[in-house]
Design a binder for this molecule. Structure first.
Ligand code: AHR
Length: 499
């Protein structure tokens, strides 16, 4: 099969936003405890943070990290996680049927974020709590001093405010599983009142209203219409969440990003419908703050039940295949391709829980397959996202028909004089020959060409072998006389850098 593209820097979509490369740390399973934080581990620093995980987080190129949940936040009292550690309450975490020791709270996480070099993105509890607690948390985090909450933070060791800009107004409030689940009008009003109060403290905040927790929710669309009707002038972003599962039909699995793109386009329609109905010139954009492959139905470890309320149980510890990594790379291509409306995104999650980074308690930290396309895209996508002209054969899975076999995005950094093409072959069994017209970039040479693929697309990394399948040089990539050609193997993700 063959596909053609044209890369021309005159046709642009928008800037490469660093926030597209965000991730998510929730108090869930072993993401925090024995994930980012494990005092006594040989690699722990003086604050108990695992330096091996910090290093991998930096290598992954993560930019913003959403915290502390997720479903967890809807039952969370942030005050439990501040002050002397030995006096912090131990609580039941109803979302994940676990025990929360509160050893890590907002101050520890802010410290971890600074060490990791990431922007902290906070979520407030609009499940069991409301406006006042959100305002208290904002005062605690962002006011430098002179008020009770800010002085409390100073007394807890942080002299300056954290300057948290992005705030999620609750989490998945459309989901019946959410503690304090609300209908769209109830939530929309609460989100609007909370946003109004938060903006009285700081009008410059970037606020995220909860959108649907998946496009499959029966309320998707109507939820956005009602919530945005209540909040349109008060929020900057609306959230999107979406997970994909390989149910055994590889060709269908490779349609994941096509489905994500359809979701983005639908969500944009719902947002713009409200804008138009309100005759507003303001543009609300998307925070895609949970996305990933998640093999929900194969999950080995189930959420505990009954009298079992463990601390940091192994939950949602998915193992990822090369095919999953190709899908993750494609999802990131899709987020970038929609940079005009997707202004922020968070891979869910960062460590151990459906994560690119895994740890063994007391042992090593290692990379899942999904680590590679994320890290390379974050490192090399820069400047402006270009609008490509694509001619591609179509593919069909068991459910989804006629999606393009080639998924691609290119970025162009005028200052560096470099372009990067990220290309996915979504065909399960056939290679794709790529023929790209690149003359508009001037005379180009290939700086680097790597492909991530494997004969066995189901190969998975493990603690014992995380390095035998890595992105490798693609020797078929050639640039000559305004044309770039490449062979993209079946089920593959590639990055081609040009200068
Ligand atoms: O990321 C895992 C969970 O998925 C989050 O807690 C929740 O928001 C979503 O349903």
């Amino acid at each position: 099969a063959a596909a053609k593209i044209t890369i021309d820097p005159s046709f642009t979509v928008g800037p490469v936003r660093r926030r597209t490369f965000g991730a998510f740390v929730e108090h869930l399973g072993r993401c925090v405890y024995t994930g980012i934080f494990e005092p006594g581990h040989p690699a722990a620093d003086q604050d108990g943070f695992r330096k091996d995980v910090l290093e991998l987080t930096r290598e992954l190129g993560v930019t913003t990290v959403r915290y502390p949940g997720g479903n967890f936040v809807s039952g969370y009292r942030w005050e439990d996680g501040v002050g002397p550690v030995d006096q912090r309450p131990v609580r039941l975490d109803l979302a994940w049927h676990s025990t929360e020791p509160n050893t890590v709270g907002v101050d520890e996480f802010a410290k971890w974020s600074a060490k990791a070099g990431v922007e902290l993105m906070m979520a407030v509890n609009l499940g069991t709590r409301g406006i006042q607690e959100a305002l208290d948390l904002l005062e605690y985090c962002n006011i430098d001093g002179g008020t009770t909450r800010s002085e409390q933070r100073r007394a807890n060791g942080a002299a300056n405010g954290y300057g948290v800009t992005m705030w999620c107004l609750g989490n998945e409030m459309d989901g019946p599983w959410q503690i304090g689940h609300k209908n769209a009008l109830e939530y929309g009003r609460l989100a609007a009142d909370t946003a109004r109060g938060m903006r009285m403290i700081d009008p410059g905040l970037e606020l995220v209203a909860c959108g649907s927790s998946s496009p499959a929710m029966p309320t998707f669309g109507e939820w956005e219409r009602v919530v945005l009707t209540e909040t349109y002038d008060l929020v900057d972003l609306i959230s999107a969440h979406q997970y994909f599962e390989d149910t055994g039909d590889l060709q269908e699995h490779l349609a994941a990003a096509h489905k994500m793109e359809a979701f983005i386009h639908d969500l944009v329609s719902h947002i713009d419908h409200v804008r138009s109905a309100r005759k507003s010139s303001r543009q609300v954009n998307i925070s895609f703050d949970e996305w990933n492959v998640w093999h929900m139905s194969r999950e080995a470890s189930r959420v505990p039940t009954g009298k079992d309320w463990p601390v940091a149980p192994a939950l949602l510890e998915d193992s990822y295949t090369v095919a999953d990594a190709v899908v993750v790379g494609d999802l990131l291509v899709t987020l970038l391709r929609n940079t005009d409306r997707v202004h922020s995104a968070s891979l869910a999650q960062l460590v151990n829980v459906i994560a690119p980074i895994m740890t063994e308690p007391g042992g090593r930290a290692w990379k899942q397959t999904t680590f590679h396309p994320f890290a390379l895209t974050s490192r090399h996508a820069s400047g402006t996202v270009l609008q490509l002209a694509v001619e591609s054969p179509l593919a069909s899975g068991g459910v989804t028909a006629d999606f393009t076999a080639l998924s691609a995005v290119a970025t162009f950094d005028r200052e560096k004089g470099e372009a990067a093409l990220f290309a996915v072959n979504r065909l399960a069994r056939q290679a794709l020959t790529l023929d790209a017209a690149v003359g508009a970039l001037g005379t180009v040479r290939v700086l680097e060409a790597v492909t991530y693929a494997n004969k066995d697309a189901y190969w998975q990394a493990s603690a014992d072998d995380s390095t035998s399948v890595l992105p490798a040089g693609n020797a078929t990539v050639k640039a000559d006389d305004g044309r770039l050609t490449a062979e993209l193997p079946a089920v593959s993700w590639s990055m081609i850098r040009l200068a």
